[in-house]
Design a protein around this ligand. Structure first.
Ligand SMILES: Nc1ncnc2c1ncn2[C@@H]1O[C@H](COP(=O)(O)OP(=O)(O)OP(=O)(O)O)[C@@H](O)[C@H]1O
Ligand SMILES: [Mg+2]
Length: 291
């Protein structure tokens, strides 16, 4: 299964699996990103926030090579995504998993068949039995009951669809997981369960997670750091306490508005209630220079 892990990426900076430098994107003259830079650390859950239409999804699409930028350089796991691509790009795509905003399951395929799509694409030599077994395992790993494997997307609830999308994103044992609004449209209990699942997967599988969200509870519960997209750039990256210390109006409004305060008090209560356990993420980090 390791034949897609090429030697040529062994000398990259392993501590920073995603590095975006000087990114510029525009559509019909409308500039979305201008000189945007962002570095993601290995093993972290990085939350990405910003107003609607600020270009969060376009940033994610740029990082996974679906959007060709006007300028800038993006390096993922040592591979230059923005360089001219050739057949090698199959290597890098097998090392990340993506849950798109809206899910994007194939409606004519069952959940298990959806999970098998990337397996078939990247490992065509797998026997049918083994492929089915891996798909069933990923379905269970994503917190779905075994029966869900045979269901079609139209037969699933919103939360189950998200989990099915996650199962497909995990099909190839990725090192990087990209999630675009994974808890949007879920009820609060479903959203919290999804957050716990992502946190557990990060812990057990050592994933690095790029997580676009509007959900303040998610930011407090599972994100190690948060990147703020505004003014066409990433204006700040840090833990939530670090961001709270900045006086940018959008950041203050977002984290110190009524919803932000409510989410923070829940985050702090979680920390206080678990004195002997790891604290809610982002509540106990010290500022670090240079990023
Ligand atoms: N393929 C495209 N063609 C033209 N314009 C696009 C395209 N994709 C995105 N845009 C524009 O780029 C801007 C950023 O879009 P994007 O989807 O990244 O926003 P977002 O931050 O993800 O917003 P939301 O929080 O609503 O999901 C928007 O103005 C959008 O209309
Ligand atoms: Mg979006």
């Amino acid at each position: 299964m390791n034949r897609h892990r090429p030697d040529r990426v062994t000398d990259y900076d392993r501590d920073h699996p995603i590095v975006v430098e000087g990114l510029r994107n525009s559509f019909d003259g409308q500039v979305i990103h201008d000189d945007l830079s962002l570095t993601v650390r290995r093993g972290e859950i990085l939350g990405v926030v910003g107003g609607s239409g600020t270009g969060k999804s376009v940033l994610m699409r740029s990082i996974i090579g679906l959007q060709v930028p006007d300028a800038g350089k993006i390096t993922v796991l040592g591979d230059d995504i923005t360089a001219a691509r050739d057949d090698d790009d199959i290597d890098i795509r097998s090392r990340w998993g993506v849950l798109f905003q809206g899910g994007a399951l194939f409606s004519t395929l069952t959940v298990a068949e959806n999970v098998e799509v990337p397996l078939q694409e990247f490992y065509p030599g797998l026997s049918d039995d083994l492929r089915h077994e891996i798909a069933r395992f990923k379905v269970r790993l994503s917190g779905l009951p075994a029966e869900a494997a045979a269901k079609y997307p139209s037969e699933l609830s919103g939360g189950m669809k998200k989990r099915a999308g996650l199962a497909r994103a995990l099909a190839l044992d990725p090192e990087l997981l990209f999630l675009d609004e994974p808890t949007a449209g879920l009820d609060p209990i479903g959203a919290a369960a999804f957050d716990s699942l992502i946190g557990a997967l990060q812990d057990t599988l050592g994933l690095t997670v790029f997580l676009i969200t509007h959900d303040l509870d998610t930011l407090y519960a599972i994100c190690d750091r948060v990147a703020v997209l505004a003014d066409k750039r990433v204006i700040a990256v840090g833990t939530i306490p670090e961001l709270l210390a900045l006086d940018h109006p959008w950041i203050q409004e977002y984290f110190n508005g009524p919803r932000g305060r409510a989410a923070r008090s829940v985050g702090e209560n979680v920390s206080a209630a678990r004195d002997d356990q790891p604290k809610a993420k982002g509540m106990d980090k010290r500022p670090e220079a240079g990023e």
